[in-house]
Design a protein around this ligand. Structure first.
Ligand SMILES: Nc1ncnc2c1ncn2[C@@H]1O[C@H](COP(=O)(O)OP(=O)(O)OP(=O)(O)O)[C@@H](O)[C@H]1O
Length: 769
C-alpha cells in the first residue's frame, strides 16, 4: 500500500551520520500547492522528492535548521489556487499531517527566516511516529531528560524590549520546540545573582538570560559563588540577545533572538573559558567576555549618559574620545599562552621590560608563530589546571606557591577559583615566564570572545574555549593612525602593525600609573586619583581625575536613575590610606532595599599631580553603613568613621591636605593629601512608593567605589584564564554556513497526487509512476 511505513526503515542508533530513520510517501503542503512525493528522514537531513509527470522537485532540510515539529495546523498559507486551498482545508481536518519548522540565516546579517513545511501521510499512527522521530532529530538529548530551562528576562536591557521579544519571538519557538521553561523577570539589578545563589537549581536543565551580556555575567557569578559550584559547572548557560552590546551572542553567531531561542531548543553546548579578575583588595569576579582599559573602557562607561542614542552612543562617543585621545601610563605584565617565536624568545629576556612600541615591533613578526603554537602552555611550565580538586577557598587560606617563592596568592574576600597560576601580589615578584610591556597605552583589551559588541570585532582570532586570553593593546599610537583601526569592520588587518599589538596570555596584570591627555610624546603622566567626590562628572570636566577601567562584564545597572547623592556636612575623622601607585576603576554592584537610606563614607586621595613623575596616590577606602548602624554609632558617641578598621582609623590626617572643592570636610592628616567625605543616598520616593527596590551601587569596604557609572579602586588588576570552566549553549551551525541548508522548491504547477514506486541507487532517489 502506498505510504505504508516499513518499520525496518527506522534504524536504531548506528553511529552513522546519514542513517535513514524513516521514509514514507507524503504530500507536501506549500504555498505552491499540494505536492506528492517521497519523504525520508536521515539523521542530518529531511529529504522530500516530488515527482510529477512534468517536473521533479527536491527539498532538503538540514536537521540543524529544524527547531520543531507539531501536529497542529500549519497556519495561514497563501495558496496560488483556490483549488489548492480547498484541498488543504479538507485534508487538514484529519490528524494525519504534521508540520516541521525551520529557521534559516540570510545573507548580510538580515533577520533569519522562519518557515513551516507541512506534510500529510496516510495514517495517524504514521504521523505520530514521524513527529517523535523529527523531535529526536531536532534534539536527541530531549528524550534523555525533560527540558526545564530557567529563563531570566531583564525588562530594562537595551531598548527595553526584552519582554516583548520574549513573548513574540522566544516563547513561540520554545513551545514549538517542546521546551519547557520557568520564567523569572528580574526586578532589579542583583536579582539574578541572588536568585541563582540561593535557589535549588537541580530541577533546571539550563539557565538562560534574555538580556544583554550583563545579566549573564550576574548569573555566572551567582553560580560560581555557590558552594556546590563544581556540580553546576555543567549547567548550560545561554543568552538571548536583547541588550545593547550583545558581544557573546554575536560571537556565537546568535545575534538574532530567534537564532538564540532555536539553539536553546536544540540544547547544544560547548565549553567556555572564564576570566577570573581580581582587584587589589582581593575582590574577585568572573567574566566571560572582556576586560578593557583605556579607550574602549572610556567609551563604554562614559557614553552611559548617552543611552538615549541606543547602540549609536558607542559610535558617537567613540569618535569624540578618539579625537581627544588619552594616554595611560602603566605596565602590562602577561604570562604568554604560547611562545611568540624563537627570535622573540631569545631576545626577550625573561621578565624583561620593554616599551609598548618595541613590543609592537616584535609581535608583528611573531603573531603567526603564536597562532601556530596554541595550546603549548605546558612549554612554559604552567601547572595544568585541575578543577577536580576543591577549588573554592575562603580567604585568607592561601594556595601553595608553585611558581616563585616571592609570589604570594592574593588574599580574597570571596571564594576564588584558580587555574593554578599564582598571581603575584607585587608585580616586581613576577616569575621569569612573565613578560612586561611598558606604557603609555591608548588601550588594553583582554578578550575571550571575538566580538565585544554587535559591531566591534576586537580580535577575530579569539576563541571562547582556547584556554587563552587575547590581549590587544595600543601603545603610543596617534589618533590619526587609530582612526582606520576604529572604523574598520575587521580590525584584524591592523593587528601587529605599528599601532596595535596582539598576544595570547594565560594571565596578566595591569598596573596603571598615570594619565596624560596631551600628545603622546609630550608631557608627564598625571598621577591617578579617584574622583574627589565619587560623583560622576562629564568627561570634559574631569579629564585627569579618574582613570577609567572597565570590565564590560563588571556591569552595573545603567538603568537606575542618577543617584541623588548629596554632600554631608558632618566632619569626618581622618582615615589612613595604603599608598599605591596605581589606580583603576571597575564595577561592583549591590542593591539597596526599598525605603532604606544608605550613607556612604569615603576617603579620597587628592594627591597633587606632579609634572615630572607619577605620584603614588593613596588607596581609597570606602565603607557602607546602614542608617541603623549610623544611628547606633551616633548614640555611642562614635563618629561614622569608628566602624572603619582600627589600623586605618589611627592614621592622622595630613595638615597640608588641600580642600576638595566638593568634599564636605578635610581633617588633618600625616598621610599624603586626604580628605574624608560623606554622602547620603535616599532612594527616590517613586521607588519606595512602587514597592520596587531602588538600584543603588555598593560602596564596598574593599575599596571599590561605584556611583552610577564611576568606580574606583587603587591597585593592579589581575586576570587569569580558567579554561573551559563553564558550558555555553551555542547554535549547531556555529562554524558552518547556515545558508543553503534548505533547498528551495522551484515553483511548480499545482500537481495532482501521483502515486508510484520508489527506487534508490546510491544517493539518487527515483520515483516511478
Ligand atoms: N529590573 C531591573 N532593573 C534595573 N536593572 C536591572 C534589572 N534587571 C537586571 N538589571 C541590571 O541591568 C544590567 C544590564 O543589563 P543587560 O546586560 O541585560 O543590558 P545592556 O547593558 O543593555 O546590554 P549589554 O550588557 O549587552 O551592553 C545588569 O547588570 C543587571 O544587573
Amino acid at each position: 500500500m502506498p505510504g505504508a511505513i516499513d518499520i525496518s526503515d527506522i534504524v536504531a542508533s548506528s553511529g552513522s551520520e546519514n542513517m535513514l530513520l524513516m521514509k514514507s510517501q507524503a504530500k507536501l503542503y506549500s504555498s505552491q500547492g499540494v505536492l506528492t512525493g517521497l519523504l525520508a528522514l536521515y539523521r542530518d537531513k529531511l529529504m522530500w522528492s516530488e515527482i510529477s509527470d512534468r517536473s521533479a522537485n527536491m527539498l532538503t532540510i538540514a536537521t540543524d535548521v529544524m527547531f520543531g515539529a507539531t501536529l497542529s495546523p500549519p497556519g495561514k498559507y497563501k495558496f496560488k489556487s483556490v483549488e489548492a486551498a480547498q484541498t488543504l482545508n479538507r485534508e487538514i481536518e484529519s490528524s494525519t499531517h504534521f508540520t516541521v519548522y525551520t529557521l534559516t540565516s540570510r545573507e548580510n546579517g538580515k533577520r533569519p527566516m522562519c518557515d513551516t513545511w507541512t506534510f500529510m501521510v496516510d495514517s495517524e499512527e504514521e504521523s505520530a511516529t514521524w513527529l517523535s522521530l523529527l523531535r529526536y532529530a531536532i534534539n536527541p538529548k530531549l528524550s534523555e531528560r525533560e527540558a526545564n530551562v530557567l529563563i531570566f528576562v531583564n525588562p530594562v536591557s537595551g531598548k527595553r524590549k526584552s519582554l516583548k521579544l520574549f513573548q513574540t519571538v522566544v516563547k513561540p519557538i520554545l513551545e514549538i520546540g517542546n521546551t519547557a521553561y520557568t520564567l523569572q523577570i528580574t526586578e532589579s539589578q542583583g536579582f539574578a545573582i541572588e536568585f541563582v545563589k540561593s535557589q535549588d537549581l537541580s530541577k533546571y536543565t539550563a539557565i538562560v538570560a534574555v538580556s544583554g551580556d550583563g545579566l549573564l555575567h550576574e548569573i555566572l557569578n551567582g553560580l560560581l559563588s555557590r558552594p556546590d559550584w563544581s556540580k553546576l559547572r555543567s549547567m548550560p548557560l545561554g543568552v538571548i540577545p536583547t541588550g545593547t552590546g550583545n558581544g557573546l551572542a554575536k560571537t556565537l553567531d546568535c545575534f538574532w533572538p530567534e537564532q538564540a531561542a532555536v539553539s536553546i531548543v536544540k540544547a547544544q553546548t560547548r565549553p567556555i573559558d572564564i576570566m577570573s579578575t581580581t582587584l587589589a583588595s582581593g575582590y574577585t569576579e568572573y567574566c566571560f567576555l572582556s576586560v578593557t582599559w583605556g579607550l574602549i573602557a572610556d567609551i563604554d562607561i562614559e557614553s552611559e549618559r548617552m543611552r538615549w542614542a541606543g547602540a549609536a552612543r558607542l559610535d558617537l562617543y567613540g569618535t569624540l574620545r578618539l579625537m581627544n585621545l588619552r594616554y595611560y601610563g602603566g605596565r602590562l605584565h602577561y604570562l604568554p599562552a604560547a611562545p611568540n617565536s624563537e627570535a622573540d624568545e631569545n631576545t626577550d629576556a625573561a621578565g624583561s621590560s620593554r616599551t609598548a612600541t618595541e613590543m609592537l615591533n616584535s609581535t608583528k613578526t611573531s603573531s603567526l608563530a603564536q597562532s601556530n603554537n596554541q595550546g603549548a602552555d605546558m612549554a612554559w611550565g604552567l601547572p595544568a589546571h585541575n578543577f577536580s580538586s576543591p577549588l573554592v577557598r575562603q580567604s585568607p587560606k592561601p594556595l601553595p606557591d608553585t611558581t616563585s617563592p616571592a609570589i604570594q596568592p592574593a588574599v580574597t574576600l570571596h571564594p576564588t577559583l584558580t587555574a593554578g597560576i599564582q598571581l603575584p601580589v607585587k608585580p616586581g615578584s613576577l616569575s621569569s615566564r612573565w613578560r612586561t610591556v611598558e606604557g603609555p597605552f591608548v588601550q588594553v583589551i583582554a578578550t575571550n570572545v571575538s566580538w565585544l559588541s554587535g559591531d566591534f570585532l576586537a580580535c577575530q582570532k579569539a576563541r571562547i574555549s582556547d584556554g587563552a586570553i587575547d590581549l590587544v593593546y595600543s601603545g603610543n599610537a596617534s589618533k590619526w593612525n587609530l582612526i582606520p583601526y576604529m572604523a574598520a569592520p575587521t580590525r584584524d588587518n591592523y593587528m601587529n602593525t605599528d599601532d596595535i599589538a596582539h598576544v595570547r596570555a594565560r594571565a596578566f596584570i595591569l598596573e596603571p600609573t598615570g594619565l596624560r591627555t596631551t600628545s603622546r610624546s609630550k608631557g608627564s603622566f598625571k598621577s591617578i586619583q579617584p574622583s574627589p567626590d565619587g560623583l560622576p562628572r562629564p568627561a570634559t570636566s574631569r579629564p585627569l581625575s579618574m582613570p577609567l577601567f572597565g570590565s564590560r562584564r563588571f556591569r552595573k545597572s545603567r538603568k537606575s536613575a542618577q543617584l541623588p547623592f548629596r554632600k554631608s556636612t558632618s566632619p569626618q575623622a581622618p582615615v589612613p590610606a595604603r599608598v599605591r601607585s596605581q589606580a583603576y576603576t571597575s564595577y561592583h554592584q549591590q542593591t539597596v532595599g526599598q525605603g532604606s537610606s544608605l550613607r556612604i563614607q569615603g576617603l579620597e586621595d587628592t594627591a597633587q599631580t606632579n609634572n615630572t613623575a607619577p605620584q603614588p596616590p593613596a588607596q581609597a577606602i570606602f565603607s557602607v553603613r546602614s542608617e541603623t548602624e549610623l544611628a547606633a554609632a551616633a548614640l555611642n558617641g562614635s563618629g561614622p568613621e569608628s566602624s572603619l578598621p582600627s589600623a586605618k582609623a589611627q592614621q592622622p590626617a595630613s595638615p597640608e591636605q588641600p580642600k576638595s572643592p566638593i568634599s564636605s570636610s578635610s581633617g588633618g592628616s600625616s598621610g599624603p593629601l586626604r580628605v574624608n567625605k560623606s554622602m547620603e543616598y535616599d532612594p527616590p520616593n517613586s521607588m519606595a512608593d512602587s514597592g520596587s527596590e531602588g538600584g543603588c551601587q555598593l560602596i564596598g569596604d574593599h575599596g571599590i567605589l561605584d556611583l552610577d557609572g564611576e568606580v574606583a579602586e587603587l591597585g593592579p588588576i589581575k586576570v587569569e584564564c580558567l579554561p573551559s570552566l563553564a558550558l555555553i549553549i551555542c547554535p549547531p551551525w556555529l562554524n558552518e554556513s547556515q545558508t543553503s541548508r534548505v533547498g528551495s522548491i522551484p515553483a511548480p504547477k499545482f500537481a495532482e497526487s501521483i502515486r508510484g514506486t520508489l527506487s534508490r541507487e546510491g544517493s539518487v532517489l527515483s520515483f516511478n509512476v
